[in-house]
Ligand binder design. Structure first.
Ligand SMILES: NC(=O)c1ccc[n+]([C@@H]2O[C@H](COP(=O)([O-])OP(=O)(O)OC[C@H]3O[C@@H](n4cnc5c(N)ncnc54)[C@H](OP(=O)(O)O)[C@@H]3O)[C@@H](O)[C@H]2O)c1
Length: 69
């Protein structure tokens, strides 16, 4: 599966990302600052979703985990 997890820089989101990757899934993680393999996304800023959409490039998302908070 291709899984998108918001708020994947630490805590529950990072743990979920690590677990899913260990299980062979492809994870796109986000965080406000981005960096590394994280896409920069502040979920309170509507304009930031364009960056995520551009990163995904129309690729299907099988599971979206709205964890950022
Ligand atoms: N821990 C618990 O016991 C518990 C219990 C019930 C519910 N929850 C919920 O579970 C979720 C994760 O909890 P957690 O304890 O793992 O939190 P956490 O350690 O504070 O991590 C929050 C994550 O969300 C990101 N984030 C915060 N504000 C954001 C924003 N405006 N836009 C995008 N990303 C944002 C942070 O990344 P950056 O700071 O790098 O952007 C970080 O990756 C939260 O929604 C929380 O309310 C947690």
């Amino acid at each position: 599966m291709h899984i998108v997890i918001t708020g994947a820089s630490r805590g529950i989101g990072a743990a979920l990302a690590a677990r899913y990757r260990a299980g062979g899934h492809d994870v796109t993680g986000t965080a406000r600052a981005g960096g590394g393999d994280l896409v920069a996304l502040d979920v309170t800023q509507a304009d930031d979703f364009g960056r995520l959409a551009a990163h995904l490039g129309g690729r299907a998302v099988d599971l979206l985990i709205c964890n950022a908070g």
